[in-house]
Design a binder for this molecule. Structure first.
Ligand SMILES: [Zn+2]
Length: 461
């Protein structure tokens, strides 16, 4: 029996409505990101990224080799100034990137009045039922990660910051250590454990952690409570990399309601402060490996995932000095910090200039120097023998180290103009659901607001 024309009309109307509903739903589904990766390269300006890319060219021998982050379809730039300075620090920039509000340098997710607490993007989406992970290669109480879970008038209040971590409802923290203990005996890691966190201090313990457990994951070699991951250039096989922490974040956080994770490459900034170009190249690569882990996930869930990669500011005021030298950048080396350790040993042994000079030449891959440079280096070496201190800081070094770092930057085709931050705009890259919103040049406060909108369909409060 043929259905009556009325029935056909009814069915086709219902079908039409159904299709329309489906369409509306799929538009929404396409607009909403269920899984969000937010990568922040601390101090990663355009030339820091180029250094990483040139390292890849050197390693692969492929002149067209590119970082994962440089291959994403959407590329833009961010302005980074803080509320009170044209050159921001990581606390004010972290606040902008986490809370969408400008504050003063040094302040962690509070308004410039240092009284008004701001709510972070991570806290907002956690309230909406999304699981949150905070990952970094530096310590978890450092400014950038802190800006996603803590609210303090000063970034130096690391104990109070770690107290907030211990009380946090988030699902996963991973990276370097934490300022655990106070003078009066309070141990924030113990408090965190009482608050339900499972704390892992080895690769195996992290592997054994189960989805549903709330985890604070540290590296294997953690002999103090406040130690960053090793420099990527010095990483040993038993060290847990930022990429591995990211893979476990995905495994532990994946759930029906989605996840949000912030992953910081924190030591790009430190290498920038040190003006250490090859150490920096390794740190950019370490972050790019973590991005690769996110892209593998994205490829399995392209309709639900957003990946955003940016920076809080540029560090080192890098400039070109001739052409980049990929072969030099990719040549085998340990970190500049490790160099300083070797230098210290030579000072202790009261080694002669020639020994120190040759060690530095080999470490930095530097050619025989002209007479006037030798004279300067001889004086610099004598100053070390006379008691000038070799400090493991992330800033200006002793003259001997400083001279070789300068030669190294020149050999790589770059020059640093400061040991501090600069006001340069920083790149932003994106792929996935809503990625098109990150095109162009805009203010860093817009980033969390855009992410929130893409995750929830609503404006960030
Ligand atoms: Zn810095």
């Amino acid at each position: 029996m043929q259905p009556s024309s009325l029935t056909v009309l009814k069915i086709s109307r219902i079908t039409c409505l159904f299709v329309m509903l489906l369409c509306v739903q799929s538009v929404h589904a396409q607009d909403r990101a269920k899984y969000v990766f937010y990568f922040i390269g601390d101090g990663m300006g355009p030339l820091q990224r180029e250094v990483g890319q040139q390292y890849l060219v050197g390693v692969t021998g492929d002149a067209n080799a590119k970082l994962e982050m440089d291959q994403l379809p959407v590329q833009g730039f961010l302005q980074t100034h803080s509320a009170n300075a044209s050159i921001t620090d990581s606390a004010a920039a972290g606040t902008a990137l986490a809370c969408g509000v400008k504050t003063n340098n040094g302040v962690i997710c509070m308004a410039p009045d240092k009284q008004t607490k701001l709510t972070t993007l991570a806290e907002h989406v956690h309230q909406a039922g999304v699981k949150v992970g905070i990952l970094t290669s530096v310590t978890l109480d450092h400014a950038t990660p802190a800006c996603f879970y803590a609210h303090q008038p000063s970034r130096n209040m690391v104990f109070q910051i770690s107290q907030e971590l211990a009380a946090s409802p988030f699902a996963y923290f991973a990276g370097g250590g934490l300022s655990g203990k106070s003078a009066n005996g309070i141990d924030n890691l113990q408090v965190a454990a009482q608050n339900g966190f499972h704390i892992t201090r080895s690769r195996q313990a992290l592997i054994d952690a189960k989805p549903g457990q709330r985890v604070i994951a540290f590296n294997e070699r953690m002999d103090s409570d406040r130690r960053p991951l090793p420099w990527e250039a010095d990483r040993m096989s038993n060290d847990i990399s930022l990429a591995t922490f990211t893979e476990h974040a995905i495994r532990l956080l994946e759930n029906d309601k989605g996840f949000f994770m912030m992953v910081e490459g924190g030591m790009i900034d430190w290498a920038g402060h040190g003006n250490a170009v090859r150490t920096m190249a390794h740190e950019v690569i370490a972050l790019d490996h973590a991005i690769k882990a996110a892209l593998d996930f994205y490829n399995k869930h392209p309709n639900d995932t957003l990946i955003v990669i940016t920076a809080d500011h540029e560090t080192g005021g890098m400039q070109h000095d001739g052409h980049p030298n990929p072969t030099y950048l990719a040549s085998q080396t340990t970190s500049y910090d490790h160099f300083k350790t070797k230098l210290k040993q030579l000072v202790e042994k009261k080694a002669d200039f020639k020994t120190a000079y040759q060690m530095a030449q080999i470490h930095f891959g530097i050619d025989e120097q002209p007479e006037k440079n030798i004279a300067f280096l001889q004086k610099a070496w004598q100053a070390l023998l006379d008691g000038q201190r070799i400090v493991h800081n992330h800033g200006k070094n002793n003259d001997f180290t400083e001279a070789f770092l300068k030669l190294s930057a020149n050999a790589a085709g770059y020059r640093f103009t400061t040991h501090g931050h600069s006001a340069a705009d920083v790149p932003i890259s994106a792929i996935g659901v809503g990625a098109q919103h990150f095109e162009g040049n805009f203010d860093n406060t817009q980033v969390p607001r855009k992410i929130y909108q893409i995750m929830t369909g609503k404006e960030m409060p």
